[in-house]
Design a protein around this ligand. Structure first.
Ligand code: GLU
Ligand code: ZN
Length: 304
């Protein structure tokens, strides 16, 4: 990615469980891209969903990163400390008629395939009922002149085009009272001055929404690169939810070498006899984001 402007990247784990092979792949890719561009690499703990949080996961994730010498710059930002910033963003959006209450139930949302049709845009929803807040994309386009067509060049997956009006108004505050990922991620990427995001391709389809919201909140444009995600035999992403095995902190060199190969890096001269630092130094020196295979997924069996 660009080397002229200052680079600020980040790894943003959710503490719903320990890191697994897919998350180490993601952490390593974002770390290497930042370091190869003389950039800053931040860690942001996305702990705004307490029901999905696993006790001790935050500490365990940080320890795993340290065991792999994936040392972050500066302080960790915990999203759980950012409620007032998210509330302020919501208040501003609502004041500009860009956020509205929606009390549609699951059944209705399922019937429209979760592509929201604007049903509640002009309804008066009682304050005391549980409701979500959705971004009024239609108003953003027609009153504030934001182009609905989002085109961006992903550094790995190539040019992406999406029309946010076709994707429907998305949730920025959840019905269960929690802040939505889409809002928190954008508010914090702006707040932290993030210039480059390298993350899993499972988030490629939400990127247009995030770019749109970033523009609405007057954030600077961000460069994206979406790496392939590791999937199991059913095609599902390895995740904490489907109980992907935790990374073994006792074998950090082997773990790094295993995932480095998936990023198109040459590990033939590296072995587990090298220190994690030595391995990372070699990987930084040969890093090129262009060598990452341009695919959205990699089968877990193929890397064992
Ligand atoms: N916290 C998200 C996750 O663990 C990642 C968010 C992001 O990188 O934008 O899936
Ligand atoms: Zn609704």
């Amino acid at each position: 990615m660009g080397t002229l402007s200052p680079y600020i990247g980040r790894f943003a784990p959710s503490p719903s469980g320990p890191l697994h092979t897919g998350s180490i792949l993601c952490a390593l890719a974002s770390y290497l891209d930042a370091k190869a561009n003389a950039g800053t690499w931040l860690v942001r703990m996305e702990d705004i969903d307490p029901p999905r949080e696993e006790p001790g996961a935050k500490e365990r994730i940080l320890k795993t990163l340290q065991q792999h010498s994936l040392c972050w710059d500066g302080e960790i930002l915990y999203q759980s400390t950012r409620s007032s910033a998210y509330t302020e963003a919501l208040t501003n959006l609502k004041a500009k008629q860009l956020g509205y209450h929606c009390d549609c139930n699951r059944k209705r949302l399922l019937s429209i395939n979760h592509i929201y049709d604007g049903h509640c845009r002009n309804r008066d929803i009682l304050q005391q009922l549980p409701y979500s807040i959705r971004l009024n994309c239609d108003n953003a386009v027609h009153q504030y002149g934001l182009p609905p067509e989002i085109t961006f060049k992903d550094a790995i997956q190539g040019v992406q085009k999406e029309n946010v009006l076709e994707q429907g108004d998305f949730v920025i505050h959840r019905k269960d009272g929690l802040f939505a990922y889409q809002l928190a991620v954008v508010v914090d990427d702006i707040y932290q001055g993030i210039t480059h995001i390298v993350r899993g391709a499972d988030l490629l389809d939400t990127t247009a929404k995030q770019i749109f919201l970033t523009k609405l909140l007057q954030g600077q444009a961000i460069n994206y690169g979406h790496i392939p995600v590791i999937v199991d035999s059913t095609g599902a992403k390895l995740s904490k939810q489907n109980h992907a095995p935790a990374v073994n902190d006792e074998t950090p060199q082997a773990n790094l070498l295993q995932v480095a190969k998936l990023l198109g890096l040459d590990c033939s001269r590296l072995s587990t006899q090298h220190s994690t630092r030595e391995i990372l130094t070699s990987l930084i020196a040969q890093w090129s984001i262009k060598n990452i295979p341009r695919q959205r997924s990699i089968a877990y069996e193929s890397i064992q």
